[in-house]
Write a protein that binds this ligand. Structure first.
Ligand SMILES: NC(=O)c1ccc[n+]([C@@H]2O[C@H](COP(=O)([O-])OP(=O)(O)OC[C@H]3O[C@@H](n4cnc5c(N)ncnc54)[C@H](OP(=O)(O)O)[C@@H]3O)[C@@H](O)[C@H]2O)c1
Length: 272
């Protein structure tokens, strides 16, 4: 076994579920974290059949709640020592203008996408430095660009990418690898969670060409971790888009984004 402990946040659907399935054979104990307990239990049940020697631990937790994050960390710290993989995957988006955003969702997005990543990493880093291990943080292609009508999400993913790169340099010489994964669009539950009632955000031109299958994101990410890469953009098209976005001068990027398709219903007043 490569790891004593593997922790996957957001394991109840989408990429997290795919990562959990791909990683199951690599750890002695796999911890599945998300809010939907029944989804986690169903996944664990399926995997126990395929990997009888592995322990699957389901920990229901709302990562948007400080007390629940504290309780999760306490539980994780109580597990037997050993090489650890932390996969910070849980995340959500919110399509629409900031002015009409619900304050509750703003808080949830910032806490899950950023604070939970920072706190879980900080809380488990002593263990990783002591026993060895790796960290995978799921960022996004959106980390390389500011996105009107998706402003908080893109900014939160810039945080994840920047945080991962800096942390990687801090711990590089101490046996801990840190990888930031920057996928383009993937068919998961992400879109329906991010969608607001009565809001048609339109689509970026050619977006449908950029979809990457979830299993390809998982495979590319695990390969990138093994080869010690700092960042991975799964699929050639997404990688090229990332390169292009980073090369464009800001003035040009502003112009391009100002011309984005807008089929948004004018809405007024979010939740104060
Ligand atoms: N799909 C895409 O197009 C895309 C592109 C780039 C990056 N990403 C990133 O990939 C990651 C995984 O997203 P996905 O595409 O797999 O979407 P998804 O199918 O909606 O999965 C999101 C996961 O996060 C968990 N989660 C959300 N809020 C949570 C909370 N408050 N507490 C605990 N867990 C929470 C969900 O579990 P519960 O609801 O059960 O809590 C779920 O397991 C995210 O970080 C996302 O930003 C996605």
């Amino acid at each position: 076994m490569e790891y004593e402990l593997i922790i996957v946040t957001g394991a109840s659907s989408g990429l997290g579920e795919g990562f959990a399935e791909a990683l199951a054979g690599r750890g002695r104990c796999l911890v599945l974290v998300a809010r939907r307990r029944e989804r986690l239990e169903a996944l664990a049940q399926r995997m126990r059949v395929l990997h009888p020697g592995v322990e699957f631990l389901c920990i229901p937790c709302d990562l948007g709640q400080a007390e629940q994050r504290d309780a999760l960390l306490e539980r994780l710290r109580s597990l037997p020592p050993g090489r650890t993989l932390l996969l910070n995957n849980a995340g959500l988006g919110d399509y629409g203008e900031l002015v009409t955003a619900q304050r509750k969702k703003i808080r949830q997005l910032m806490e899950v996408n950023m604070l939970a990543v920072a706190e879980l990493t900080h809380g488990l880093l002593p263990r990783l430095l002591r026993d060895g291990g790796d960290i995978i943080n799921i960022s996004s292609l959106a980390a390389d660009v500011f996105l009107p009508d998706f402003a908080l999400y893109a900014a939160s993913k810039s945080f994840v990418a920047s945080f991962s790169e800096a942390l990687r340099l801090e711990v590089a010489s101490r046996g801990v690898r840190v990888l930031a994964v920057c996928p383009g669009p993937v068919h998961t539950e992400f879109g329906s969670v991010a969608q607001r009632v009565g809001f048609d955000r339109g689509d970026m031109p050619l977006k449908s060409c950029f979809y990457t299958p979830a299993d390809e994101v998982v495979r590319s990410s695990l390969r990138a971790l093994e080869t010690g890469r700092a960042r991975v953009y799964p699929s050639a098209k997404v990688w090229m888009s990332g390169c292009l976005l980073r090369l464009l001068p800001l003035w040009l990027l502003r112009r391009v984004l100002a011309c984005r398709p807008r089929r948004v219903q004018a809405q007024t007043g979010g939740t104060p």
